[in-house]
Design a binder for this molecule. Structure first.
Ligand code: EPU
Length: 364
């Protein structure tokens, strides 16, 4: 059977920022045979003219024209029970939060801290989603990955995926060389609630996984806007990681600066705090803005243009750099008609001017 595909496809309802964009072609492969029918996208200069889309909850279409899109449609969940663990294999197109709920209903625990994260299961490994002290990698056993060049499926162990903070091999060496079709999780039956993160520490030590999930949902709902009500893509920037010396200087100036020491001795800062301290929480410019409850989330009040979000993000980046000398790098993926681009390479056609400096000039 021929693979499902479409021409001149609107992506407005396929991105959680609700940006108006369309692509000349979208493919929905749901089997190995269909993957093998894809045109050779990784060859030569076409290599960056396509984008693999999950549910579009971490994607910003920067222009009204998007590149060719591949949206994998692999479904299904299977559970293998062993003496000491559950091995759960899940198609890439399954919804992440539905999987979390399904597991908990089956008595399979571990993903409760990752409840309510928007997006698909296949997207989770790409940026190694994480929240409330847990990350995807903690429960990953292996990833099934389709390689465009060889037209074969491969199995990648957790180690081979090289998971790090919001990073994996799928954003590095294997970027656009294939796509994730299936994820296999390993959930040890010996389960312990992870209550380390601020906000979960109020729970009793013997809380059940369902109680932890309820608290995670309550925390997220109080801070993070529901994309269906107020379009957004969660945290817009990554939390920046700085070295010891730079951190010492910052801490001297800002003793209250939130910080999280990393295993390698570097220090992770809270981008939301930096943006908040730069005076931008709740800032609004035209139809886009910074969320009132969480400054790391950019929200779209009704713009059709990805460029409006870019202008806002560049403004935030400038303000934070000016105040803290820290460079914020987006977590959200930037997609132009030619494919993905780095944030720094994008031009800002309509820069937001600094109100304070304009006022300053007038006062002179
Ligand atoms: N903060 C402020 N003002 C703000 C926002 C945050 O002062 O407007 C402070 C908080 O008080 C806290 C610190 O900054 O001291 C960190 O804030 P929070 O706990 O809300 O988490 P985050 O670092 O902003 C990260 C993830 C989220 C994840 C939460 C919870 C990143 C880029 N973001 O946010 O992930 O849900 O931790 O674990 O790592 C996402 O990636 O889309 C996402 C939502």
């Amino acid at each position: 059977m021929a693979m499902h595909s479409n021409q001149n496809y609107s992506l407005k309802s396929s991105n959680s920022f609700n940006i108006k964009a369309s692509c000349s072609r979208i493919y929905f492969p749901s089997s190995l045979a269909e993957l093998q029918q894809l045109p050779d996208l990784s060859a030569g200069n076409t290599s960056d003219k396509f984008y693999i889309l999950g549910e579009g909850s971490n994607t910003l279409f920067v222009e009204s024209q998007a590149p060719i899109i591949i949206q994998p449609k692999f479904n299904g969940i299977s559970i293998l029970e062993q003496d000491d663990r559950f091995v759960v294999t899940v198609g890439a197109a399954e919804n992440w939060h539905d999987l979390v709920c399904f597991c908990l209903e089956q008595g399979i625990y571990g993903l409760e801290n990752l409840a309510l994260i928007p997006g698909s299961v296949g997207a989770a490994p790409v940026q190694n989603i994480g929240a409330y002290g847990v990350e995807f990698a903690d429960f990953c056993q292996e990833i099934q990955w389709y390689e465009f060049a060889s037209k074969t499926l491969q199995s990648l162990t957790k180690q081979a995926c090289r998971f790090a903070y919001r990073d994996s091999i799928f954003k590095q060496e294997r970027y656009n060389k294939g796509l994730i079709t299936q994820v296999t999780f390993n959930f040890p039956k010996a389960w312990q609630a992870n209550l380390s993160y601020a906000g979960l520490d109020i729970l009793a030590k013997d809380s059940t996984a369902k109680q932890v999930m309820a608290q995670v949902i309550a925390l997220r709902s109080s801070k993070l806007p529901d994309p269906k009500e107020l379009p957004n893509a969660g945290s817009f920037f990554k939390n920046p990681i700085v070295n010891d010396a730079d951190f010492a200087q910052l801490q001297q100036k800002y003793p209250k600066i939130p910080h999280y020491p990393q295993k390698n001795g570097e220090i992770k800062l809270a981008a939301g705090w930096l943006i908040d301290q730069a005076g931008l929480k709740g800032f609004r410019h035209g139809a886009v803005g910074v969320h009132q409850q969480q400054a790391l989330v950019l929200v779209n009040y009704g713009s059709d243009l990805g460029a409006d979000i870019i202008s806002l993000a560049k403004y935030i980046q400038r303000k934070v750099a000016a105040k803290f000398s820290v460079s914020l790098i987006p977590e959200v993926r930037m997609i132009t008609h030619k494919g993905e681009r780095s944030f720094s390479s994008l031009s800002d056609s309509n820069p937001i001017e600094d109100i304070n400096s304009i006022r300053g000039n007038r006062d002179d």
